[in-house]
Every structure is written in C-alpha cells, then in structure tokens.
Design a binder for this molecule. Structure first.
Ligand SMILES: *Cc1c(COP(=O)(O)O)cnc(C)c1O
Length: 401
C-alpha cells in the first residue's frame, strides 16, 4: 500500500486562548493605537518590547509593523543613504534585498555554502565594497558567527541581522540577533510567533534606538515606549529623523505576549519534528543532509536538504512524485520564482554577477515547512515518502550527474 500524507503545510496552530482573551480585552477597550493610553498605563506594545528585550538580553526593543519594516528601519537608523552598497546573502527571501532597495541602496550579493550559510570567504573578498552587511540567517542556518564578526570588525562593517527564521535560536548560547549592531525579527504568520504581520528590532545602541523609534512613527510620544534611551539622545536626533509610520498596535502585541511566554517550548516541539524528518532522510542515496553545527541552537521550523548536481528534470520529478503523495516541497533552484522561492538573479533591480558555486548549491536546495500542527508520527511518514520518492527518481536514472 502506498502511504499518502493528508496534512496541510500551511496550517498553523490556533492562537493560544490566553492570547485570544488578551486580544478581546484590547478590542473591548477600543484603544488599539499604541499611544492611546490612559494616565501612566503601560500598553501591550510597550510590555511586549520590555519582554522581548529581556528574552534576547538586549537593552532596547522596538515593535513595528513587519519584519521587512524592521530591516528598512535598521538601514535608515545606521545612516544608509540612496546609492550606498549593502552586502547581503544571495540565498535569502525577497524582503531582504527589497528592504535595501526600498531605501534606495544597492544590494551586493554574497554567496552561499553547502551548509546554506553565507560564504565567509566571499564575504571577506567583498567586504571592502560596503559599510553595512545585512546578514540573513536564511531558513535558520547560522554561519560561524565568531568568524563572521572578526571579518566585520577587520573591515569596519556594521552588521544588521535578519532573524526572521532564528527567533529563539542561539550561537554558542548567544541569542540570534545579538551579535550584530541590530537584530530584526518578524512575527508574520509563517515565523516563530504569529500576529499575522509584525516585526521587532533590538539593539544595545542608544542612538540607533532613538532614531529607530522616531522613524517608526513615535511622534514626540516616545517616552511611552517600552525601552527608551535617555532624553538627551532624543534631543540629538529628533529634529532630523523623519517619521516613517510603521508602528505595531495593541491588538497584535496582545496576541504576541502569551506566545513569547511559550516560545522556548514551541522551539523544542519544532526541533523534535525536525529531528524525526532528518533521521528519516539520513542515508537516502543522492540526498545530502545539512549537518547542523554543535555551536548552533537552531529552531527547526523548516527543513532543507540538497539534491546536489541533480538535473532540473530529476528535481522536478522528485517534487511531483512527493506532491502526489501529499508532501509539498519547495525548490529554490527553479529558474522562475514560484510562491515564496526566489534566487538572487530574479531580483533584476539589483546588479548581480554570476556565482557558479552559489548557483550549484541553489539549484540543489529543497525546502519543506514543518508546521507544529504535524505530529512526530506525521513527520516520520513525510520522511518515508521523501525517502522513497527520491530513491525512485534516483533509480529511474533521472540524475544527470
Ligand atoms: C519573512 C521574512 C522577512 C520579512 O518579514 P515580514 O514580516 O514578512 O516583512 C525577512 N527575511 C526573511 C528571511 C523572511 O523569511
């Protein structure tokens, strides 16, 4: 009998009851705007900022409208100007080069290794071309952060971290987002906390935080934020920093706070599922597992493997065979972007040189989401299906080699 998986790859868990109740309290109050407060009340958004700053051990956290907005705000807060070049990963998602282009700057793509992290040799080679690195921990894979910071220091690069896939992750115990000057997170539905849309920016730098706060649309109400730099810092920046509204509201913050309290437990559940799929795929001929470094405390909300040097027809055969059996895989190597997939050469607004080694890796990356609505047994079934179908495609001689 051929097993078929019946789960839905885009089905999230429900919002927790405590979050629904908190949301109802906000709705009943009618006071959804973050600065619509009574007396010296601390609103849901400010509380989320304090709690998130505590969670990652940052001095400051700012809740905003989206992860992409947090990235653009970070670029503006460090003074990136139109025409500036900004280093970023060739393997990332469209909002990352989009944030760079959105401030009029020019993305300079750095290659990807077979571990799916930024190629540090390529970074070192290109470090002289820019002042800022927007580092994307794409699909939750952390580069050797110690080595990366050494390169950044040696070349005077300011590092902004895109932690859309690493909220809750660590490198040698350091929370992801704390190695760079600024860490940016997303609370969009497909990330590790779900408020539909939303983002959080963290930093220890008081001037960056003051600028980011004004940029986010605080008006002169910034003392009501959750984590606030000293007034004299605002005095220095508040007259020459534009308001580019992108605030978070109380409703979304109310939904997020109970989720933050559960985040570590949720990360453990993701990793349990990840390890089941990883174990099930290990040893499949033609399929390369991405080994996770010991220093990395990752969050397995999605899993990737490589079909390295397979022909396009061979990869497509695997995808369609798996789909027939209910397993939805995404291929990042496709020539044309589909759904959420993308590669650096499909962002045609940005110049790109050819990167043969990166192209070879991108052509082989297969990606799968692991929603928490899947049980560990579901994950074992999914792995059996992928294993069988990769094996069948491999044997059918679909591989160009
Ligand atoms: C989702 C995502 C973002 C942007 O987050 P939004 O909240 O959707 O704007 C940035 N980087 C990566 C890698 C992402 O997956």
């Amino acid at each position: 009998m051929t097993e078929v998986f019946k789960g839905v790859f885009t089905q999230q868990e429900p919002i927790p009851d405590a979050a629904i109740e908190a949301a109802l309290r906000v709705l009943r109050s009618g006071r959804l705007h973050r600065y619509n407060l009574v007396g010296d009340e601390v609103g849901e958004v400010a509380l989320l900022e304090r709690e998130f700053a505590d969670f990652v051990g940052a001095r400051y956290a700012l809740a905003v409208a989206s992860g992409g907005y947090a990235l653009a705000t970070a670029l503006r807060a460090v003074g990136v100007k139109p025409g500036d070049r900004v280093l970023t990963n060739a393997f990332t998602l469209a909002p990352v080069p989009g944030a760079i282009a959105g401030v009029g700057a020019v993305p300079v793509f750095v290659g990807v290794t077979a571990d799916l992290t930024i190629d540090l040799a390529d970074l070192e080679a290109k470090a002289g071309e820019a002042r800022v690195l927007m580092l994307s921990h794409m699909r939750g894979h952390l580069a050797d952060m110690d080595r990366l910071l050494e390169i950044a220091r040696a070349h005077g690069l300011t590092v902004i971290e895109d932690c859309a896939h690493t909220m809750g992750a660590t490198w040698k115990g350091r929370p992801s987002g704390r190695d760079g000057l600024i860490g940016c997170y997303s609370t969009q539905t497909y990330k590790h906390m779900n408020s539909g849309e939303g983002g959080i920016l963290v930093t220890d730098d008081e001037e960056v935080m003051a600028r980011a706060t004004i940029l986010s649309g605080s008006y002169m109400l910034y003392p009501r934020n959750g984590t606030v730099p000293p007034e004299e810092v605002f005095e220095r920046v508040k007259y020459d920093t534009p308001n580019i509204s992108g605030r978070m509201d109380h409703l979304r913050a109310a939904i997020l706070r109970p989720q933050l309290a559960q985040l570590e437990a949720q990360c453990a559940r993701w990793n349990e599922r990840y390890r089941v799929v990883e174990d099930g795929l290990r040893g499949t001929p033609g399929l390369t597992i991405i080994e996770r470094p010991e220093e990395e405390g990752f969050v397995g909300s999605s899993i990737q493997f490589l079909l390295l040097d397979w022909s396009e027809a061979g990869v497509k055969e695997v995808l369609s065979r798996c789909k027939t059996r209910g397993v939805e895989l995404k291929w990042f190597g496709g020539a044309r972007p589909e759904g959420f997939t993308s590669r650096y050469d499909s962002w045609r607004y940005a110049p790109s040189q050819t990167m043969p080694e990166t192209d070879r890796i991108l052509k082989g990356i297969v990606d799968m989401r692991l929603p928490l609505t899947f049980s560990p047994d579901d994950c074992a079934l999914i792995a059996r299906i992928i294993r069988a179908e990769v094996g069948a495609a491999w044997q059918a001689g679909q591989v160009a080699g």
